[in-house]
Design a protein around this ligand. Structure first.
Ligand code: ATP
Length: 272
C-alpha cells in the first residue's frame, strides 16, 4: 500500500564495531540496554526493567542513524526507521494512523529497533498554529510508547534530533525516551577509525592517515565519508583520462580537501 514508502523493515548487518568513535555513548548503551538484554538472569536479580528508550542528539551526520542501525545489527534485531516529518500529515487523523501502522509493523517484527528521526518535528514550539492537532499526534505517540496500544516487549525505541530544545518534554518521562545521549563530531582517534572504515573496500596506496585526521577537525562522519568518496572520484577520473587504473593516493585527498568544508560548524555555533 501507500505506506510502503513511509518506512522499511531492514535486517542491518553493521554492528557497533563499525561505528567509529562514540566510545562513551557505546559504553552507556552497553550498560543501560545491551547488557540487561544479554543477561536475563542478572536482570531478574537486580530487577532491571527493559522499558524506556533513548534520545540521541547532536549535529547532523555524526552517526545517530548509523548507531541505531548498528544496535539492531548487534542485537540481530530488525530495524524500522522513519522520519517524523514524513509521519506528520495535514489531513485530520492521518498522522495518528501513520504512527499506529508504524508501531504495528514494528510489533509484528520483534525483536525490533525502531528509529524515529527528527522527533523535534512533534514539538509544540515548532507549530504553535496547529497545536490542537499536534497535541493529538503527540498523545498518540505517547500511548504507543507507553504500550497502551499493544505489547512493546522486544521493541526498543531510539529517537534522534538536531534540536533537542524543541522536543516535547512529555517524551522524556520514565519509560519513554528517558535517556539522552549527545553524539558529537568525532575526535582524532574516531576520525581515524571512520576513515579506515570508509576506505576498507577501496584500492588505497600508502596514505598518510594522520595528516588526514589532523586536517579534518570538526568534520562529521558523513563529511569524512564524503571526503573518501571525493578522493575516489579524483582517482577514477584520472584512470578514465589516462586509461591506466591506479590506486587512490594522497594527492587525491589533497584535491578533495581543497573542495570540501565540514558541515557541523553552524550547529555547534547555535547550540553554544
Ligand atoms: P542526521 O542528523 O543528518 O540524520 P546522523 O547523525 O543520523 O545525521 P548518519 O546518517 O548516521 O548521521 O551518518 C551519515 C553517514 O555518515 C553514515 O551512513 C555513515 O556512513 C557515516 N558516519 C557518520 N558517523 C559515523 C561514524 N561514527 N562511524 C562511521 N561512519 C559514520
Amino acid at each position: 500500500g501507500d505506506d510502503d514508502n513511509l518506512f522499511d523493515v531492514e535486517r542491518p548487518r553493521v554492528t557497533l564495531a563499525d561505528v567509529g568513535g562514540l566510545v562513551e555513548v557505546k559504553q552507556r548503551l552497553e550498560l543501560a540496554f545491551l547488557a540487561p538484554l544479554r543477561n536475563p538472569q542478572l536482570r531478574g536479580l537486580y530487577g532491571k526493567s527493559l522499558r524506556g528508550g533513548l534520545l540521541l542528539y547532536g549535529p547532523p551526520g555524526c552517526g545517530k542513524t548509523f548507531l541505531a542501525r548498528a544496535i539492531a545489527g548487534e542485537l540481530r534485531a530488525r530495524f524500522v526507521s522513519v522520519s517524523l516529518t514524513d509521519v506528520l500529515d495535514m489531513w485530520l487523523g492521518n498522522s495518528e494512523r501513520n504512527l499506529r501502522e508504524l508501531f504495528q509493523a514494528a510489533r509484528r517484527n520483534t525483536p525490533c529497533v525502531m528509529f524515529l528521526d527528527e522527533v523535534d518535528a512533534l514539538g509544540l514550539k515548532r507549530t504553535q498554529t496547529a497545536s490542537t492537532g499536534m497535541r493529538t499526534t503527540i498523545n498518540q505517540l505517547l500511548a504507543e510508547l507507553d504500550g497502551m496500544q499493544g505489547d512493546n516487549d522486544g521493541l526498543f525505541v531510539l529517537a534522534a534530533t538536531n534540536a533537542p530544545w524543541d522536543v516535547d518534554p512529555a517524551l522524556h518521562r520514565p519509560g519513554r525516551l528517558d535517556r539522552t545521549m549527545l553524539v558529537l563530531p568525532p575526535d582524532a582517534p574516531a576520525r581515524a577509525a571512520i576513515l579506515r572504515y570508509h576506505l576498507r573496500e577501496r584500492p588505497i596506496a600508502q596514505i598518510d592517515l594522520d595528516a588526514l585526521v589532523a586536517a579534518t577537525e570538526h568534520w562529521s562522519g558523513a563529511d569524512l565519508e564524503h571526503l573518501c568518496d571525493s578522493a575516489a572520484e579524483y582517482a577514477m577520473h584520472d584512470s578514465i583520462t589516462t586509461g591506466h587504473v591506479r590506486m587512490i593516493e594522497q594527492k587525491d585527498f589533497r584535491n578533495a580537501l581543497r573542495d570540501l568544508r565540514p558541515s557541523t560548524g553552524p550547529w555547534l555555533e547555535t547550540a553554544r
